[in-house]
Design a binder for this molecule. Structure first.
Ligand code: SF4
Ligand code: SF4
Length: 358
């Protein structure tokens, strides 16, 4: 790594510097550990959730000791940032043990959760070793919507209480909403909920196909997109300056920085480039100190990824949100296109690039 003056830069800039360096040098720097496919919710669009009785047919969850050994390997490999997710990470009975050990290993940790299993004693415990940040995913703005989307009665009330507890503990929190047909009407209220508490919030309406054996049918819950009336379209264009706000991943290697320094380890111990790209995947065998070997293997496979040939001459190319993971989830291959996916890019063109018809 290049020389830099840590004192002069401050911690935030120093970490950004390290991130950039790791990306340039293709060093593993940030990982997502999907601790479990279990969850106390049963969301109808979930790409990963499995019931406990479904798990054995698909794989075996890493044990506590296996996760800890994996953590030690990541530590030796120089990884700094970890995201702990699931399923619902707090649904693992040994979550506290895993988290404490990772924290003591010096990782900067963020926790992704549905926010429903956090009680007073959880926060008391977590405040002793606070994470760098927490993210709660919201599925509605009232209990009724939670029942429709997640199959639980008092989901929103529980999340609302958890938000209070996390904020009272001073732990940085942000919200992410998953929008489906069943909760799209709540989106405005979700943003109001966030604004009232001065919490950053984002949302996505893009639902990808399940992976690793989950049996949900996300596409049947996907919101149907409709072009807004001309006046609203004009305002949108003014805000976006006529440009599609999300950058397409035109070159799999140079654009998606995640793939050069980030990785995902699934609940059954497979090292992948992201949640959806289940090929290439290399088993991380805890107990054998071969994480760097697995990482090199993954990078070699990354070099072989090619985008679909059709994309090179496609008129909607600049409006397309393709990336290897998304294409893989759509088609089971990142070098193949699908009609429904390309229709999304055409819609983005109509939204951001086409002449506005009165
Ligand atoms: S979407 Fe999140 S909260 Fe819902 S079942 Fe899946 S992991 Fe659980
Ligand atoms: S719309 Fe389809 S063909 Fe065009 S760039 Fe996107 S994936 Fe490729």
């Amino acid at each position: 790594m290049r020389d830099c003056d840590f004192e002069e830069m401050g911690l935030g800039s120093y970490i950004s510097f390290l991130r950039k360096e790791a990306c340039e040098k293709k060093m593993p720097f940030k990982g997502v550990l999907e601790l479990t496919p279990r969850c106390n919710f049963s969301c109808n669009m979930c790409y990963v959730h499995l019931k406990p009785e479904e798990i054995p047919a698909i794989g075996r969850e890493l044990t506590t000791e296996e996760w800890l050994e994996t953590g030690r390997q990541l530590q030796r490999a120089g990884v700094l940032e970890l995201t702990l997710t699931g399923g619902e990470p707090f649904a693992r009975p040994d979550f506290r043990q895993i988290y404490e050990s990772f924290h003591d290993m010096g990782f900067m940790i963020q926790i992704f959760s549905n926010g429903s299993l956090i009680r007073e004693d959880t926060m008391e415990w977590l405040s002793r070793r606070p994470p760098a940040a927490m993210r709660f995913t919201l599925y509605g703005a009232c209990n009724e919507t939670y029942e429709k989307v997640c199959g639980v009665r008092d989901g929103f009330a529980r999340v609302e209480r958890s938000v209070e507890l996390v904020q009272a503990a001073g732990i940085p929190l942000y919200l992410a909403a998953t929008v489906t047909r069943e909760n799209e009407r709540d989106l405005g209220k979700i943003y109001q909920f966030a604004a009232k508490r001065r919490l950053p919030a984002v949302h996505t309406a893009s639902l990808l196909n399940p992976v690793r054996g989950a049996s949900a049918d996300p596409k049947s819950h996907q919101v149907e997109r409709q072009l807004p009336p001309p006046e609203a379209l004009r305002r949108l264009r003014e805000q976006s300056k006529g440009r599609f706000p999300r950058k397409p991943c035109t070159d799999f290697l140079s654009v998606c920085r995640n793939y050069r320094s980030g990785f995902w380890i699934t609940w059954n111990g497979m090292l992948q480039l992201c949640a959806f790209l289940t090929e290439p995947a290399v088993p991380v065998t805890p107990g054998e100190d071969r994480f760097m070997e697995c990482w090199e293997c993954l990078l070699a496979e990354l070099e072989k990824l090619r985008q679909p040939a059709e994309c090179a001459s496609c008129r909607y190319e600049q409006y397309c949100e393709r990336c290897p993971g998304v294409l893989y989830a759509e088609n089971g291959s990142c070098s193949r296109i699908s009609e429904s996916f390309c229709a999304e890019a055409e819609f983005n063109y109509l939204l951001y690039g086409s002449p506005i018809e009165e």
